[in-house]
Design a protein around this ligand. Structure first.
Ligand SMILES: CC(C)(COP(=O)(O)OP(=O)(O)OC[C@H]1O[C@@H](n2cnc3c(N)ncnc32)[C@H](O)[C@@H]1OP(=O)(O)O)[C@@H](O)C(=O)NCCC(=O)NCCS
Length: 183
Protein backbone atom coordinates (compact mmCIF):
# COMPACT_ATOMS: atom_id res chain seq x y z
CA UNK A 1 0.00 0.00 0.00
CA UNK A 2 1.50 3.33 -1.11
CA UNK A 3 0.70 5.94 1.45
CA UNK A 4 1.86 9.41 2.42
CA UNK A 5 0.74 10.44 5.90
CA UNK A 6 -1.02 13.84 5.85
CA UNK A 7 1.66 16.43 6.55
CA UNK A 8 1.07 20.15 7.11
CA UNK A 9 3.78 22.21 5.39
CA UNK A 10 4.48 25.88 4.93
CA UNK A 11 5.14 26.94 1.33
CA UNK A 12 7.57 29.66 0.19
CA UNK A 13 4.62 32.09 0.18
CA UNK A 14 4.01 31.38 3.87
CA UNK A 15 0.73 29.58 3.17
CA UNK A 16 0.16 26.23 4.87
CA UNK A 17 -0.98 23.24 2.83
CA UNK A 18 -1.53 19.62 3.67
CA UNK A 19 0.28 17.10 1.46
CA UNK A 20 -1.19 13.59 1.60
CA UNK A 21 -2.02 10.56 -0.52
CA UNK A 22 -5.28 10.70 -2.42
CA UNK A 23 -8.20 8.57 -1.28
CA UNK A 24 -11.23 7.41 -3.23
CA UNK A 25 -13.24 10.22 -1.64
CA UNK A 26 -11.03 12.72 -3.53
CA UNK A 27 -12.14 11.44 -6.95
CA UNK A 28 -14.56 14.29 -7.59
CA UNK A 29 -12.13 17.04 -6.55
CA UNK A 30 -9.26 15.50 -8.53
CA UNK A 31 -11.49 15.25 -11.59
CA UNK A 32 -12.38 18.93 -11.28
CA UNK A 33 -8.74 19.96 -10.91
CA UNK A 34 -7.66 17.84 -13.89
CA UNK A 35 -10.51 19.14 -16.03
CA UNK A 36 -9.45 22.72 -15.29
CA UNK A 37 -5.75 22.17 -16.07
CA UNK A 38 -6.43 20.12 -19.22
CA UNK A 39 -8.94 22.78 -20.27
CA UNK A 40 -6.09 25.29 -20.44
CA UNK A 41 -5.05 23.36 -23.58
CA UNK A 42 -1.33 23.72 -22.97
CA UNK A 43 1.49 21.65 -21.43
CA UNK A 44 -0.60 18.46 -21.18
CA UNK A 45 -0.52 15.46 -23.49
CA UNK A 46 -4.29 15.04 -23.26
CA UNK A 47 -6.37 17.65 -25.04
CA UNK A 48 -9.68 18.87 -23.59
CA UNK A 49 -11.82 16.99 -26.13
CA UNK A 50 -10.04 13.71 -25.29
CA UNK A 51 -10.53 13.95 -21.54
CA UNK A 52 -13.47 11.71 -20.70
CA UNK A 53 -12.56 10.46 -17.25
CA UNK A 54 -15.52 9.53 -15.06
CA UNK A 55 -15.71 9.51 -11.27
CA UNK A 56 -15.88 5.69 -11.31
CA UNK A 57 -12.73 5.47 -13.45
CA UNK A 58 -11.03 8.05 -11.26
CA UNK A 59 -11.89 6.02 -8.14
CA UNK A 60 -10.43 2.88 -9.72
CA UNK A 61 -7.28 4.79 -10.70
CA UNK A 62 -6.85 6.04 -7.11
CA UNK A 63 -7.54 2.58 -5.70
CA UNK A 64 -4.94 1.01 -8.00
CA UNK A 65 -2.32 3.47 -6.75
CA UNK A 66 -3.25 2.87 -3.12
CA UNK A 67 -2.82 -0.87 -3.47
CA UNK A 68 0.49 -0.76 -5.35
CA UNK A 69 3.48 0.01 -3.11
CA UNK A 70 5.39 1.54 -6.05
CA UNK A 71 2.69 3.95 -7.22
CA UNK A 72 1.49 7.05 -5.45
CA UNK A 73 -0.95 9.90 -5.95
CA UNK A 74 -0.24 12.96 -3.82
CA UNK A 75 -2.57 15.89 -3.35
CA UNK A 76 -2.01 19.38 -1.95
CA UNK A 77 -4.93 20.57 0.12
CA UNK A 78 -5.46 24.26 0.84
CA UNK A 79 -8.24 25.04 3.32
CA UNK A 80 -9.70 21.56 2.69
CA UNK A 81 -9.70 22.08 -1.10
CA UNK A 82 -7.49 20.03 -3.41
CA UNK A 83 -5.38 22.50 -5.39
CA UNK A 84 -2.46 20.29 -6.46
CA UNK A 85 -1.98 16.78 -7.79
CA UNK A 86 1.02 14.57 -8.52
CA UNK A 87 0.87 10.97 -9.68
CA UNK A 88 3.78 8.57 -9.99
CA UNK A 89 3.98 4.99 -11.22
CA UNK A 90 6.99 2.73 -11.70
CA UNK A 91 7.54 0.68 -14.82
CA UNK A 92 5.51 -2.52 -14.89
CA UNK A 93 8.23 -4.62 -16.57
CA UNK A 94 11.04 -5.99 -14.42
CA UNK A 95 13.85 -4.08 -16.13
CA UNK A 96 12.18 -0.71 -15.67
CA UNK A 97 10.53 -1.34 -12.33
CA UNK A 98 13.26 0.61 -10.47
CA UNK A 99 12.23 3.78 -12.31
CA UNK A 100 8.98 5.61 -12.82
CA UNK A 101 7.43 8.76 -14.20
CA UNK A 102 5.24 11.40 -12.68
CA UNK A 103 2.85 14.08 -13.85
CA UNK A 104 1.74 17.05 -11.80
CA UNK A 105 -0.51 20.07 -11.84
CA UNK A 106 -1.49 22.93 -9.57
CA UNK A 107 -4.71 24.91 -9.96
CA UNK A 108 -4.05 28.03 -12.04
CA UNK A 109 -5.21 30.52 -9.37
CA UNK A 110 -2.65 29.30 -6.81
CA UNK A 111 0.48 28.73 -8.91
CA UNK A 112 3.85 30.23 -7.98
CA UNK A 113 3.09 29.91 -4.27
CA UNK A 114 5.32 26.92 -3.71
CA UNK A 115 2.74 24.13 -3.72
CA UNK A 116 4.31 22.38 -6.72
CA UNK A 117 7.69 22.34 -4.96
CA UNK A 118 6.13 20.81 -1.83
CA UNK A 119 4.40 18.09 -3.84
CA UNK A 120 7.58 17.22 -5.70
CA UNK A 121 9.68 17.20 -2.53
CA UNK A 122 7.12 14.83 -0.98
CA UNK A 123 7.50 12.49 -3.97
CA UNK A 124 11.31 12.58 -3.69
CA UNK A 125 11.11 11.84 0.07
CA UNK A 126 8.65 9.00 -0.51
CA UNK A 127 10.79 7.52 -3.31
CA UNK A 128 13.91 7.71 -1.14
CA UNK A 129 12.19 5.50 1.43
CA UNK A 130 10.77 3.11 -1.15
CA UNK A 131 12.84 -0.08 -1.50
CA UNK A 132 12.37 -0.42 -5.25
CA UNK A 133 12.44 3.09 -6.72
CA UNK A 134 15.91 4.33 -7.67
CA UNK A 135 15.08 6.98 -10.22
CA UNK A 136 12.28 9.43 -10.97
CA UNK A 137 11.71 10.48 -14.57
CA UNK A 138 9.40 12.81 -16.41
CA UNK A 139 8.53 14.26 -19.80
CA UNK A 140 7.78 17.95 -20.22
CA UNK A 141 6.90 20.17 -23.18
CA UNK A 142 9.90 22.35 -23.96
CA UNK A 143 7.78 25.53 -23.94
CA UNK A 144 6.86 24.88 -20.29
CA UNK A 145 9.58 27.07 -18.79
CA UNK A 146 8.08 27.18 -15.33
CA UNK A 147 7.85 23.41 -14.99
CA UNK A 148 11.38 22.88 -16.38
CA UNK A 149 12.65 25.55 -13.95
CA UNK A 150 10.91 23.79 -11.07
CA UNK A 151 12.32 20.37 -12.04
CA UNK A 152 15.88 21.72 -12.37
CA UNK A 153 15.53 23.45 -8.99
CA UNK A 154 14.55 20.08 -7.51
CA UNK A 155 17.63 18.33 -8.91
CA UNK A 156 16.30 16.88 -12.18
CA UNK A 157 18.61 16.87 -15.20
CA UNK A 158 17.77 17.01 -18.87
CA UNK A 159 18.53 13.58 -20.36
CA UNK A 160 17.30 14.14 -23.87
CA UNK A 161 14.96 15.89 -26.28
CA UNK A 162 12.41 14.26 -28.58
CA UNK A 163 12.15 16.67 -31.46
CA UNK A 164 8.76 17.76 -32.85
CA UNK A 165 7.27 15.15 -30.57
CA UNK A 166 4.03 17.07 -30.05
CA UNK A 167 1.71 18.84 -32.45
CA UNK A 168 -0.74 21.26 -30.90
CA UNK A 169 -4.19 21.89 -32.39
CA UNK A 170 -2.95 25.05 -34.11
CA UNK A 171 -0.28 23.06 -35.96
CA UNK A 172 2.58 24.22 -33.74
CA UNK A 173 5.25 21.57 -33.10
CA UNK A 174 6.76 21.29 -29.63
CA UNK A 175 9.70 19.20 -28.45
CA UNK A 176 9.44 16.86 -25.47
CA UNK A 177 12.18 17.22 -22.87
CA UNK A 178 13.03 14.05 -20.95
CA UNK A 179 14.38 14.63 -17.44
CA UNK A 180 15.43 12.42 -14.56
CA UNK A 181 16.72 12.38 -11.00
CA UNK A 182 18.26 9.57 -8.98
CA UNK A 183 16.91 9.23 -5.47
C1 LIG B 1 4.33 23.34 -13.18
C2 LIG B 1 3.47 23.57 -11.93
C3 LIG B 1 3.00 22.22 -11.42
C4 LIG B 1 4.32 24.24 -10.86
O1 LIG B 1 3.56 24.41 -9.69
P1 LIG B 1 3.73 25.71 -8.78
O2 LIG B 1 2.93 25.52 -7.54
O3 LIG B 1 3.42 26.92 -9.58
O4 LIG B 1 5.29 25.64 -8.46
P2 LIG B 1 6.14 26.40 -7.34
O5 LIG B 1 5.50 27.69 -7.00
O6 LIG B 1 6.41 25.46 -6.23
O7 LIG B 1 7.52 26.59 -8.08
C5 LIG B 1 7.60 27.29 -9.25
C6 LIG B 1 9.06 27.20 -9.69
O8 LIG B 1 9.08 27.26 -11.11
C7 LIG B 1 10.27 27.89 -11.51
N1 LIG B 1 9.86 29.00 -12.37
C8 LIG B 1 8.81 29.83 -12.25
N2 LIG B 1 8.75 30.68 -13.28
C9 LIG B 1 9.78 30.36 -14.10
C10 LIG B 1 10.24 30.85 -15.34
N3 LIG B 1 9.63 31.86 -15.95
N4 LIG B 1 11.34 30.27 -15.89
C11 LIG B 1 11.98 29.25 -15.29
N5 LIG B 1 11.57 28.74 -14.08
C12 LIG B 1 10.49 29.29 -13.52
C13 LIG B 1 11.00 28.34 -10.29
O9 LIG B 1 11.97 27.36 -9.98
C14 LIG B 1 9.92 28.33 -9.22
O10 LIG B 1 10.39 28.04 -7.93
P3 LIG B 1 11.04 29.23 -7.03
O11 LIG B 1 10.11 30.38 -7.10
O12 LIG B 1 11.14 28.61 -5.68
O13 LIG B 1 12.37 29.50 -7.64
C15 LIG B 1 2.26 24.47 -12.24
O14 LIG B 1 2.75 25.65 -12.80
C16 LIG B 1 1.22 23.87 -13.18
O15 LIG B 1 0.35 23.15 -12.75
N6 LIG B 1 1.29 24.17 -14.47
C17 LIG B 1 0.32 23.68 -15.46
C18 LIG B 1 0.41 22.19 -15.63
C19 LIG B 1 1.81 21.75 -15.92
O16 LIG B 1 2.55 22.41 -16.63
N7 LIG B 1 2.20 20.60 -15.34
C20 LIG B 1 3.51 20.04 -15.55
C21 LIG B 1 3.51 19.21 -16.76
S1 LIG B 1 5.09 18.40 -17.00
Amino acid sequence: MADYVPTKLKSKSGVEVVIRSATKQDADAILELSRGVIGEEIYQLTSGSEFRMTIEAEEKWIESHLTNPNHIILVAELNSKIVGLLDFANGHRQRVSHTGEFGMSVEKSVREKGFGSLLLQALIDWAAKNEKIEKIGLSVHNNNERAIGLYKKMGFEVEGVRKRDLKYGDGQYVDTVVMGRFV
